[in-house]
Design a protein around this ligand. Sequence first.
Ligand code: SAM
Length: 321
Amino acid sequence: SQSVSDDDAVRATNDDAATAKLSAVNLGYWSDPFISLFVKRTDKKIPLIHRGYYARVTAVHSILKQFMAVTTETFKQVVVLGAGFDTSYWLLKLAEQRIRWYEVDFEAVVMRKAAAIHRQTPLKTGLRVSEDEPDAPYVYKNDGQQVHTNRYHLISGDLRQWDQLKAKLAGCDFDPSLPTLVLSECVLIYLPPENAAEIIRWAGSLPQSIFVNYEQILPNDAFGVTMVSNLELRQCALLGIQAVPDLEAQRQRFLSNGFAHAHALDMIEVYSAVVQGAERTRIERIERFDEMEEWDIMLRHYCFSWAVTSQPSAFADIVLR
Ligand code: SAM
């Protein structure tokens, strides 16, 4: 079982992700005026990492935007597992949409996020719901431990104790009958397999849900793992956690836990699907590099997967583009 210092190492991966995003944003890979409000340190990363993060963020946002567009008739919900300093809610201006947004992470991470939201005006005002809701005046509660508005909820807890988090979600108006997207970006890999499966099974039991997962695969390819400095895979090996090995196993984990359809692509496929045309030319000019073999190996070690439950056929049309 994991110790407290192991958990500290896991929490620190959020700083890695946020500083890498800031490093890429500073070079113009994509625009995100909010990430620098959470992290100050620009620990400049190598070009391969920037380009990889660009593909990851673009793929996640592609699916999120399609989910938003599926229906505007009812409220929809998004649950971000291990959200860290994810800025999507601000970047995609989601306070303006009929969406309930739930972010979950360890208390130590949530406290830092709550403090930044409280201190930084753009973060605080970005939560404000613009649509008039006569019956529900805008609420903003931030005690430094949790943040709640009518629609945004930042909740602390341990994903390995899903029952407790489920109860917290229920306490924040989570409605299992609404269309729900569950997002985990480099998170499930840190959980013991039975805990990850429990969360997937919960999501798979919701009548209208889509689960989006991004994480490392091919843990047994020692050559690839060291060659691309795949930090998370190495950390998991240290923690004694085994990653889901390959694309087919990623799909099967969804299909055996209640989902009707599942897709899993490696990042080579994702990169060519989401980075195209003039945008591709722009991206590949920001930082040129010759390490095509390393780039290829790195991309093969990351998997982007999503799965849908059977009810709403609208989700079946979601593709990566
Ligand atoms: N999803 C964010 C992103 O992509 O930028 C952060 C990714 S970071 C690599 C992993 C996050 O998962 C960290 O913020 C960490 O604290 C969180 N996490 C990992 N295990 C967790 C657990 N058992 N309970 C709650 N949060 C956890």
